[in-house]
Design a protein around this ligand. Structure first.
Ligand SMILES: [Zn+2]
Length: 247
């Protein structure tokens, strides 16, 4: 009897898994990542904020002047009102207009805003719902909501939605009309993204701590993290096929 040369053929470790779904099924943390970066549009929000702040400042100044210079005169009362008005306007500015929206980054690693030179990203697998409300795209996770204002980041929001449709389609709660209304995702600059910090994370399947970056595997679609020994056949977050049936 001839020796079966295909013995051990079940182990296809070196063979590329057939995915047919665009991106690789699994990625590693030490790969190079790219994403799209959108500068905030210097739009209505920032301008209105500046006007409110200026008016508030002027009112405060006039009020303070009146309090000091007009003591004992009939106009004195006006000073107090001006002070109150000025303080109110400044508060309005701090609450609404003054919130600076940073540059937005959208890519394989998720969605993030730049803040003080750093980018705090929310990975796709953490996003449980994508919806629209109050002139903003709202990305809900279990704990919080990432708000992407459409005035500042219309194009970026359009890219978030198109990526979410391919990565976490079941979690996109938007009508076709809403998506069409978002318009084009043009205008982003392709930039490198620093690799994610995973050492605080646990394997999504086995809960094993992910202590060593070399042991970490990420779902190629939603970025869910697995220990290399605990990768399931299908991603537990997005159902992406991670292993071929033979493997
Ligand atoms: Zn996944």
């Amino acid at each position: 009897m001839a020796t079966d040369t295909s013995a051990g053929g079940k182990k296809k470790a070196g063979k590329k898994a057939k995915t047919g779904e665009g991106e690789k099924a699994l990625r590693r943390v030490d790969e190079s990542f790219v994403e799209y970066r959108y500068e905030p549009a210097a739009g209505g929000g920032a301008y209105a904020g500046a006007v409110v702040m200026s008016l508030g400042g002027i009112a405060l100044g006039m009020g303070a002047y009146a309090m000091i210079a007009l003591q004992g005169r009939p106009l004195y009362e006006w000073g107090r009102w001006l002070l109150a008005l000025g303080a109110g306007l400044v508060v309005v500015y701090l609450l609404i207009g003054g919130k600076k929206v940073g540059a937005l980054r959208v890519g394989y690693l998720g969605v993030g805003f730049e803040e003080d030179g750093k980018t705090a990203r929310t990975p796709w697998y953490e996003i449980t719902r994508v919806k629209l409300g109050d002139r903003a795209l709202r990305l809900e996770t279990g704990k919080r909501t990432v708000v992407v204002p459409l005035d500042a980041h219309g194009n970026g929001a359009a890219r978030i939605v198109s990526e979410a449709q391919s990565r976490i389609p079941k979690r996109v709660a938007l009508e076709d009309d809403d998506i069409a209304g978002l318009g084009s995702s043009a205008g982003g600059a392709r930039v490198p993204a620093e690799p994610p910090q995973v050492t605080q994370a646990h394997c999504r399947a086995t809960d094993e701590p992910l202590t060593f970056e070399k042991d970490v595997r990420m779902c190629g679609r939603c970025g869910a993290l697995y220990h290399r020994s605990g990768v399931p056949r299908r991603c537990l977050e997005c159902s992406r096929k991670l292993k071929s049936a033979a493997a």
